[in-house]
Design a protein. Structure first.
Length: 480
């Protein structure tokens, strides 16, 4: 079987394969693409503004100088260009004769990239007398003159070019820092996640090895891993309870059913050994069948509890009015209670409806009433006449069934004034096959209250056993 160890998840390759690192890399890439596009648009717009400003300045100056040529005085144009060129650092001029020779200006040579009458352009230059290194650039216009000469008017744009260059360099550096920082944070987040995953995986391996009490660690930060761990731990606790319950059921079946099965066998053997007539044989077989029916009843109860625990009959729920269910159960058991010398009262029944399985709710109420009658009868040692006399005077044992709605929950109470159950035994009383010492002499399987508790859990409710002072009060609460 393929397994993943902590060393596998701790490797750099495992970190790069994590979802968090992949999402981090994707997020960084998307951010860089969007930012680069915005930066490129901003630089393009900046260049456009610079170019428009320079072109407007150059056009205005060209119009001023060409107005001088309209007077026909070419010497005046040469003097104007010479005057403008003196002391100028960013303003550049070149006045050329028809043969290309320089008449005035501070440019060392005629820029070959500027066509006369064109839209202008950018060219490398050097001042007159300086080295033509091409390290500085200018933007200029070439204007043809009437006598075949040319006038170049330009502006130094090296500072603007350097500004754009530095902006690009800073942008590249920023992109690199963002990329490395984003990927670094993604790496650290991935390592943190893998560390949590390793810890959770180690805990699950221990659980799979048989340590059912193991739980996933919770840091207490309330993050998604803590919430996942809490949910898984709740599931593990439920599984542990079910496994313990399965073990207890297996042990109880082996222990509590051994006696009735042996009794069944001995009864069958005794019948075969002692029966002399058909009547005796039929009587023995009848007792054997009764004993077998009791064992089948126990197995049916176990099967029903198992189905309830698994939620296998959840779909049978419908809107159920509880008062008629309790009234029917009380009417069914009233003769049994009267025969046992008990008074069964079901008068305080509120009008409450819930979403439930009617058959299961009825079975749960019947189990509670049967349990109260059984132990109420055991507590009263008087003969039948004495019990009936006390019942008639209202001083005898009684069972009271009450239905109310409290805080959005239906509360079914079955209370008696019999001997009750001690506080130490109440928690055990709802476990499977548990029969308290004083009930060992009575017929039963020890599954009645277990079935009621299972029905309550299936419907999102609970069963509580409380002191009725005297007697026992069984409280079944169900959500409305």
């Amino acid at each position: 079987m393929l397994s993943v160890t902590a060393s596998d998840t701790a490797s750099p390759r495992a970190t790069l394969r994590t979802t968090i690192f992949g999402l981090s890399a994707l997020g960084v890439a998307a951010y860089l693409v969007v930012t680069a596009a915005m930066f490129a648009a901003a630089v393009w717009q900046l260049n456009r503004v610079f170019a428009a400003d320079v072109l407007e300045t150059l056009s205005a100056e060209v119009r001023t100088l060409t107005a001088i040529t309209e007077t026909g005085d070419s010497e005046a144009l040469r003097r104007a260009v010479q005057r403008l060129s003196r002391g100028a650092n960013t303003r550049l001029y070149y006045l050329a004769a028809a043969d290309g020779s320089k008449l005035a200006g501070n440019l060392a040579s005629l820029p070959p990239k500027l066509a006369p009458g064109g839209a202008g352009g950018i060219f490398p230059y050097s001042f007159d007398g300086g080295p033509n290194s091409g390290e500085r650039y200018a933007a200029g216009l070439a204007v043809p003159l009437a006598e075949g000469g040319r006038l170049i008017v330009a502006r130094d744009v090296e500072d603007q070019r350097q500004l754009v260059w530095w902006l690009r360099l800073l942008a590249l550096a920023g992109f690199g820092i963002i990329a490395l920082g984003g990927l670094g944070l993604g790496w650290l987040a991935s390592r943190s996640v893998l560390s949590r995953v390793d810890t959770m995986s180690e805990a699950t391996r221990r659980i799979m090895a048989g340590e059912l009490s193991g739980r996933l660690p919770i840091k207490g930060s309330g993050d998604e891993f803590d919430r996942l761990s809490q949910s898984v731990n709740a599931m593990l606790a439920r599984i542990e309870d079910l496994m313990h319950g399965l073990k207890e059921v297996s042990d109880n079946i082996a222990h509590d059913l051994k006696t009735p099965v042996n009794r069944l066998r001995h009864r069958a053997e005794a019948t075969l050994r002692t029966a002399k007539t058909n009547a005796e044989l039929s009587a023995g077989l009848g007792q054997t069948i009764e004993a077998a029916d009791e064992i089948i009843k126990t197995f049916n109860a176990l099967l029903l509890i198992a189905r309830l625990e698994a939620g296998a009959i959840e779909e049978a729920k419908a809107t159920v009015a509880l008062a008629p269910v309790l009234a029917d159960a009380a009417e069914l058991y009233e003769p049994v209670a009267e025969e046992a010398g008990l008074q069964l009262i079901a008068e305080d029944l509120a009008d409450v409806s819930i979403e439930a399985n009617r058959h299961l709710i009825g079975q749960a109420v019947i189990n509670l009433i049967d349990n109260a009658i059984k132990y109420g009868r055991q507590s009263d040692g008087r003969n039948g006449n004495e019990r009936r006399e006390r019942q008639a005077t209202g001083t005898g044992l009684r069972i009271e069934i009450v239905l109310r709605e409290v805080n959005g929950r239906a509360v079914i109470t079955v209370a008696d004034n019999g001997p009750g159950i001690s506080a130490n035994d109440r928690a055990r009383a709802t476990e499977r096959f548990v029969r308290l010492d004083k009930s060992r002499s009575l017929p039963g399987t020890g599954l009645g209250l277990s079935l009621v508790a299972a029905v309550a859990r299936l419907h999102g409710g609970e069963l509580r056993l409380e002191d009725n002072a005297p007697g026992l009060r069984a409280v079944l609460t169900l959500p409305v």
